[in-house]
Design a protein around this ligand. Sequence first.
Ligand code: CA
Length: 144
Amino acid sequence: MPDCKAFFNTPEEIVLAIRHAEEQTSGEIRVHIENHCTWDALDRAKEVFEELKMHNTRLRNGVLIYIATKDHKMAILGDEAMDKLVGDNFWNEEIHQLRSFFSQRKFDEGVIKTIEDIGTKLKRFFPADADFTDNELTNEISIG
Ligand code: CA
């Protein structure tokens, strides 16, 4: 199991970024880290998405940021409603940007920027709904 503190300088800032992003949208963002990924990162992200029951959102607008910390593999996976609306380009651009942050060892900054970008997209497609303000998926970092 990876040490969250060893990878992120301030994991609490990541959780805070998720909370802020979610204040403006009904969408949900989660971050999962683990040491190694021997598969294709996106395939593994799909499995983690299932394990974390991230399909359990009313509007199917959960987004997972998956990171294998030691292998520097990463994937971003949006549930079907979000995925349909943003298209592959957005995810690819975000992964490209995240990789660039990681290559400079800016792990916290990279993930926070990615959360903010996803939050902005979620806000556009799934604005906050006064009737549904639940935090459907926990904001805590998932560690595998
Ligand atoms: Ca949440």
